[in-house]
Design a binder for this molecule. Sequence first.
Ligand SMILES: [Zn+2]
Length: 271
Amino acid sequence: MIDYLIDSHCHIQSIGLDDDPTGLLWSSKGSLSQPAVIKASLQKGVKIMIVVGCTLKDSSLAIQLANDYSCVLPAIGIHPHEAINFLSLDQFKQFEDLIDDSVIAIGECGLDYFYNYSDLSLQKKLLIWQLQLAKKYKLPLIFHVRQAFSDFWSIIKDFLPLKAVIHSFTDDKKNLFQAIDNDFMVGINGIATFMKSSQEIEMLKAIPLDHLILETDSPYLTPVPYRGTINIPKNVFYITEYLSNLRQENFDLIRHQTSFNAIKLFNLKGV
Ligand SMILES: [Zn+2]
């Protein structure tokens, strides 16, 4: 049995920066430091933290943090919100140049039609380019998809089979089963702890345990009962506890299987 948790999606690489590249919340929380956040998470049994890039700079920060901590592993990506800021050939080249042996995945990438910060055609172009990179470098993908599943499925069908997770999954059972049919993992975070409708609860219960991975998406989406505080990777513990009660599955079993799934998806060696 695997006796530790994995936070498969967090953004702790920008803690403490004045010019936080993604406009995250860390900068407003001056008391947090990377060593303290990582230490607290390790103490709560979260042995591996996957830091996920949203911009060019954010992705390079992810790689830097992973250089400093063996428990931190980097994924690099350009978020769909950023498509409007990521247009030059030079940026594409700089991004590809970041890929080295330490990088475990491409992401987060995808489509976001909820906020629509970037033009749809730019979002699609950026996703397709990152799909091509993932294929070229044989890396799994971390997808962000919000209110855009119909376009998303039609784009990715040309790239299947793929190793991937749909992170922060909150959609319906139809899209859940489509993800499972593609053998994708489903990433669940603190949102689960405040899902209330019967449809949402049924969806959470319907995720097959062998396709479930856990994440915090820190600093966002703090789980109950810590709403109102900033989210850090240690809180993956409380998400596990919540799912254990909701799904009537043993905590140790969820911890084992979700860590096993993440190790398999991201091809983690020696953990
Ligand atoms: Zn994220």
